[in-house]
Design a protein around this ligand. Structure first.
Ligand SMILES: Nc1ncnc2c1ncn2[C@@H]1O[C@H](COP(=O)(O)OP(=O)(O)OP(=O)(O)O)[C@@H](O)[C@H]1O
Ligand SMILES: [Mg+2]
Length: 604
C-alpha cells in the first residue's frame, strides 16, 4: 500500500491534469446514469402511464417535459434528444478521461525512468559490484512500464466509484431494500478475493525476478557472441535460455491460475445478489408501491453497477500484479550510496606537494586486497606499479579515484583526506586510461572530447596526434565523425581503442594521470610510439603507471613492487630493485627472455 501511495504521489506535480481527470470522471458517471432515468420516463410513455406517485425524480422529469414540449411528438423528440446528448457527452468524457489517465501514466513512467537513470549514474562502484546488468535493464524497461500500468489501472479504478455511486444512488432511490439484497454477495467474496490478491502479489515478485534473469541471459549472450561461437556453445546457451524461459512460463502459469479465479468469483457474488432480488421481487409481485417499469430500471441500474464493480475487483488483482514492479523501481531510488560527498565537502586542493596513502587497507568483502599500505607520491613524480596479476594494482588506482573508500587508513592530497573533499573536484584532477578502454556510441571526436566537452576540433586533433591515432582516424571514411559503435569493437581494433583512450586522457589535461596497462593491447612497435606520447604526457604530471611490461617503465622515478597479500614488497629505481627485490628480478629476467625471443622473431 505504501508503494501504491508512493506511485500515486508522483501524480501530484501534475495537479492540473488530475483535476481534469476527476472532472471527466464525474461527468462520465453522470452521463452514464442519466439515460436510465430518461428510459424510465420512456417506458411510462410507451404504456401511457403516469409516473409512480412515489418517484419524485420521475415526476419532475415528466412535468418538465410536458411543460416545455406540448405535443406528444415533441415529448418523444425531447426524450430521444436528451438521451442522445447524454450518450454524446458520455463518449466525450470517456475519451478525455481515458486519454488523460494514459497521459499521466505515460508521463510518470518516463519521469520514473529518468529518475532511475539519474540515480544509477550517481551510484557508486560497491553498488554496481553487486548488480547484474540484465536486472538493471529489466527494472528500467519492464518494471518501469509496469509502473505506468499501475498508475493507469489506479486511475481507471478511481473513475469506477463515481460510476458506482451514481448507479447505486439510482438503485437505492428505486428500492433500497432490494438493493441491500442485491449487494448480499459482496461481503461473501471479500475473504477469498483478498487471498487471491495476496497470491498474485507473491507470484508476481517471483515472475519479475525471473524476467530479470532472462534479461541478464540476453545481455550476456549478445555481448559474448564471439566467445559463444568460438567455443561452439550456441546450442548450450540456447538450452540454458530455454530453461530460464520455461521456468518463467511456469511461474506465469501459476499466476494466471490465480488471476483466472478472480473474475468467476466476482461474477458468482454478483449473481447471488441478482437471484435474491428476483426471488424477493417475484414473491411480492403486484404490490402497488413497486411498479414494473421502476423495477426494470432498478434491475438495469443494478446490472450496470456490476460492470464497474467487476472492473474494480479486476483492478485490485491487476494492482496486485503490477505493484511489485513499481516496488522494484523504487528500490533503486532508495539505494543510499556509500561513496558520497560529505555535507559540506571542501573543494579538493590542486595537487601542490604530495599524495599520501596512510596505513591503507582494503577488501572487497572477500579478504584483504591491500594491507596496511604506506606510500608518499610527490608532485610531478612518476611511479611505476608492478606485481603479479590480482595483487591489487588496479585497486590502488580505484581507491585514489574514490571508487571505493579504504577499509582502514586514509588517502591525503596535500593533507586533505579525499573523503572530505567533493568527488567532482577530486576526480577533476585525474585522467584515467584503464585496462579495458571504453568507447561510447558517439563520434571519435566526442569520445576524445569526453573529459573536456568544450575542447575545439583542433585540440581534439592535437590530442589524437599525441596519442599516435590521428592517421588511423583519418583513414576512416568519416574520419573524426566516425561512430565508434556500441563497444567500439566494430571499427577500431583493441590497440586503436586504447590509443583513443590515451587521446582522451591527453585532452583532459589533468594534473594526476592514472594509467592502468594503458599499452597492454599494443604490439611492440605501436607500444613504443604510444610510449613516446605518454612520456610527453607524463612530463609535467604526477603519474601512477601500472604496467606488466617492465620495459614501459624506463622513465619512471620509482617503481613499486606489490607482493602477494597486498603489501609493498619493495620500492625504488630499476637498478635498486634488481638488487633488493626478488619478485622484480624474477619478472625482469622472465621478460628479458621473452623480449629477446620477440626481437629474434622480428628480425627473422
Ligand atoms: N569489484 C570487485 N569485487 C570483488 N573483488 C574484486 C573486485 N575487483 C577486484 N577484485 C579482487 O581484488 C583483487 C585485486 O584486484 P585488482 O584488479 O586490483 O588486481 P590487479 O593487480 O590490477 O590485477 P591485474 O594485473 O590482473 O589487472 C583480485 O583478487 C580480484 O579478484
Ligand atoms: Mg588491474
Amino acid at each position: 500500500m505504501k508503494n501504491l501511495w508512493r506511485a500515486l504521489k508522483l501524480v501530484l506535480p501534475h495537479r492540473g491534469m488530475l483535476v481534469l481527470y476527476l472532472v471527466t470522471a464525474v461527468g462520465l458517471a453522470i452521463c452514464n446514469g442519466l439515460p436510465l432515468l430518461l428510459a424510465n420516463a420512456f417506458l411510462n410513455w410507451l404504456q401511457q402511464k403516469p409516473p409512480n406517485p412515489k418517484d419524485a425524480v420521475g415526476i419532475f422529469i415528466d412535468d418538465q417535459l410536458r411543460a416545455h414540449f406540448l405535443s406528444p411528438a415533441a415529448y418523444v423528440y425531447a426524450l430521444c434528444a436528451l438521451t442522445a446528448l447524454c450518450i454524446v457527452f458520455k463518449s466525450l468524457f470517456d475519451f478525455f478521461n481515458n486519454y488523460i489517465a494514459s497521459w499521466l501514466a505515460q508521463r510518470l513512467r518516463m519521469e520514473a525512468m529518468e529518475r532511475v537513470m539519474r540515480k544509477l549514474l550517481m551510484l557508486d562502484q560497491p553498488f554496481f559490484d553487486k548488480q547484474k546488468i540484465g536486472d538493471m535493464i529489466s527494472r528500467m524497461v519492464s518494471d518501469g512500464d509496469n509502473l505506468r500500468k499501475t498508475v493507469k489501472i489506479f486511475l481507471d479504478f478511481l473513475q469506477q466509484p463515481f460510476m458506482v455511486a451514481v448507479l447505486v444512488s439510482i438503485a437505492i432511490y428505486k428500492n433500497w431494500l432490494l438493493f441491500c439484497l442485491g449487494a448480499i454477495g459482496v461481503p461473501l467474496v471479500i475473504f477469498p478475493l483478498t487471498r487471491i490478491i495476496r497470491t498474485i502479489t507473491r507470484q508476481t515478485k517471483r515472475y519479475q525476478e525471473k524476467t530479470a534473469n532472462i534479461a541478464q541471459a540476453m545481455v550476456q549472450n549478445l555481448s559474448g557472441m564471439r566467445i559463444i561461437h568460438a567455443y561452439d556453445a550456441a546450442d548450450k546457451e540456447a538450452d540454458n535460455f530455454d530453461h530460464l524461459s520455461e521456468s518463467l512460463f511456469r511461474t506465469g502459469t501459476r499466476r494466471n491460475w490465480s488471476r483466472a479465479m478472480q473474475r468467476p468469483l466476482t461474477e458468482m457474488m454478483l449473481g447471488v445478489g441478482m437471484v435474491a432480488v428476483m426471488l424477493f421481487a417475484g414473491l411480492k409481485a403486484g404490490a402497488s408501491e413497486f411498479d414494473a417499469n421502476s423495477f426494470l430500471i432498478f434491475f438495469a441500474a443494478l446490472a450496470l453497477t456490476f460492470s464497474p464493480v467487476r472492473a474494480m475487483m479486476g483492478t485490485l488483482s491487476e494492482l496486485a500484479e503490477f505493484l511489485p514492479s513499481a516496488e522494484r523501481t523504487f528500490e533503486i531510488l532508495d539505494v543510499k550510496p556509500t561513496i558520497v560527498d560529505l555535507p559540506n565537502a571542501a573543494v579538493c586542493p590542486v595537487l601542490q606537494k604530495e599524495i599520501v596513502f596512510e596505513n591503507v587497507s582494503f577488501d572487497y568483502g572477500r579478504g584483504m586486497v591491500l594491507n596496511n599500505l604506506n606510500l608518499t607520491i610527490h608532485r610531478g613524480e612518476k611511479i611505476g606499479i608492478v606485481g603479479r596479476t590480482g595483487v591489487g594494482k588496479s585497486t590502488l588506482l580505484a581507491l585514489l579515484l574514490r571508487f571505493y573508500d579504504p577499509t582502514r587508513g586514509r588517502i591525503l592530497i596535500d593533507g586533505a583526506d579525499i573523503k572530505s573533499v567533493s568527488l567532482a573536484s577530486l576526480r577533476a584532477q585525474m585522467a584515467l586510461v584503464n585496462q579495458h578502454p571504453f568507447l561510447f556510441h558517439a563520434s571519435v571526436a566526442d569520445n576524445i572530447r569526453y573529459g573536456r566537452p568544450n575542447a575545439t576540433d583542433d585540440e581534439v586533433i592535437e590530442a589524437a596526434r599525441a596519442a599516435m591515432i590521428h592517421d588511423e582516424i583519418m583513414q576512416q571514411p568519416e574520419n573524426y565523425r566516425t561512430l565508434c559503435g556500441e563497444r567500439g569493437g566494430e571499427l577500431f581494433s583493441g590497440g586503436q581503442r586504447q590509443r583513443i583512450a590515451v587521446a582522451r586522457a591527453v585532452l583532459r589535461n589533468a594534473p594526476i594521470l592514472l594509467l592502468d596497462e594503458a599499452t597492454s593491447a599494443l604490439d611492440a612497435f605501436s607500444e613504443r610510439r604510444v610510449q613516446e606520447a605518454l612520456d610527453q604526457l607524463v612530463v609535467s604530471r604526477t603519474s601512477l603507471i601500472v604496467a606488466h611490461r617492465l620495459s614501459t617503465l624506463r622513465n619512471v622515478n620509482r617503481i613499486l613492487v606489490f607482493a602477494e597479500g597486498g603489501g609493498i614488497e619493495a620500492m625504488g629505481t630499476h637498478q635498486e630493485l634488481l638488487r633488493t627485490s626478488p619478485i622484480y628480478t624474477l619478472l625482469w629476467n622472465q621478460q628479458q627472455g621473452m623480449e629477446g625471443a620477440e626481437s629474434a622473431v622480428a628480425q627473422a
